[in-house]
Design a protein around this ligand. Structure first.
Ligand code: SAM
Length: 359
């Protein structure tokens, strides 16, 4: 099996290279309005934003920034199939503008934007960012009432395009083979994720060892505001089937494409800054070993789960077809993980060759 991964440098307020109704899933993280690191970028998109910030008109700047994102959401609506899912990772912003501290609720504004475009909001996920900060308040001293809690979570907002869910032909292999394990479902479909820096995350590092990320890696992540690999990997596994195409209109360092490759889906990314392409060329070299490690880690975790469940005297009713293991539900029987065995650069992006992952 082969997948294609197209990457375009350009402004996603116009996704000209993507045809109507050709994408089954959107997984993305926009620049967050009112977070200072994105002020210049938003001001380039609309100079009135810089003027609003300078004159201390926080609410006007916030709205003008979201007006730029809205144009990308229009494009998302155009290219996403009926019943396709959009997963938007976004955090709120705290900021003092004109001497007054407040929160700017990006998640509420993005929710409104999607609802007004005819998307159905689905229950969302809140994930907790790791923090080293000992000071869990903002403000000064330890006297009430003028300190503020620190924002340590982000949202994955989930929307379905239109009222009807996608349908598949009965028994479709590309859906049944893309099943996730029962215990993965129980953890991934909970509304608070506290473990996104653990689990598969440590595999997304050079040499697949347990080393800490290098300063260079950390610096890159800081400058690009890359999200952890585990976020798009989970979302792609939860909300798409093999053969589907995943779009990220705020591609950054290409974490979504990396996850799509490992999950055996096609992908499309578009990014304003051309420099990130080079960064991705390095990341893509690690995809064969990363995809194998991710698949093996999932199988290993499943086996540990099976062992524990047996030890607890609980039932495991079915045998997996492709792996020497039991599973809890009939729907998991056909589950077939894939690994990337080769990647190439092609016009407009990359090609990945996949084989079934066996032990
Ligand atoms: C939060 S970062 C995304 C990081 C990405 N998820 C990753 O893992 O590397 C947002 C990205 O959107 C890009 N961007 C902002 N506005 C854009 C636009 N109008 N069109 C395309 N890309 C844009 C920024 O350059 C930045 O790389």
């Amino acid at each position: 099996m082969e997948t294609t991964h197209r990457v375009f440098v350009g402004d996603s307020r116009d996704l000209a290279a993507v045809d109507d109704d050709t994408v089954e899933l959107v997984v993305t993280s926009p620049p967050y309005p009112m977070i200072e690191m994105w002020d210049d970028l938003f001001t380039e998109l609309d100079p009135a934003i810089g003027d609003a910030l300078e004159s201390g008109a926080g609410r006007r700047a916030f709205e003008a920034m979201h007006a730029q994102l809205d144009r990308v959401w229009d494009e998302v609506e155009r290219v996403l199939v009926d019943g396709g899912i959009a997963c938007i990772n976004v955090g709120d912003a705290t900021r003092s503008v004109d001497g007054s501290f407040r929160v700017f609720s990006n998640h509420a504004r993005v929710l409104e934007a999607f609802e007004s475009r005819g998307f159905d909001p689905l229950p969302d996920v809140l994930w907790r960012k790791p923090t080293n900060s000992a000071a869990k308040f903002m403000g000064s001293g330890t006297l009430p009432p003028n300190a503020y809690v620190t924002l340590e979570h982000e949202y994955v907002l989930l929307f379905r395009n239109g009222g009807d869910s996608r349908s598949f032909e009965p028994g479709a292999d590309r859906r049944y083979e893309a099943a996730y394990f029962w215990e993965e479902r129980n953890s991934w479909f909970s509304d608070v994720w506290t473990d996104v820096q653990g689990e598969l995350q440590h595999l997304e590092r050079p040499d697949d060892t347990d080393i800490e990320p290098s300063d260079q890696d950390t610096d890159l992540r800081d400058r690009s505001a890359a999200y952890p690999f585990e976020i798009p990997y989970r979302l792609i596994t939860m909300y798409s089937a093999y053969g589907d195409t995943v779009l990220d209109p705020f591609w950054g360092t290409g974490t979504t494409t990396l996850a799509a490759m490992c999950a055996g889906r096609h992908s499309i990314g578009q990014e304003l800054e051309s420099g990130f392409r080079e960064v991705f060329d390095e990341r893509v070299e690690r995809v064969p070993s990363l995809s194998r490690s991710v698949g093996r880690a999932r199988l290993e975790r499943h086996r540990e789960f099976v062992e524990q469940r047996r030890a607890d005297g609980k039932d495991l009713s079915y045998d997996a077809v492709h792996y020497d293991t039991s599973v809890v539900t009939k729907m998991e029987r056909e589950l077939l993980l894939r690994e990337v065995v080769e990647t190439d650069t092609v016009t407009d992006g990359y090609r990945a060759v996949h084989e079934p992952l066996f032990e």
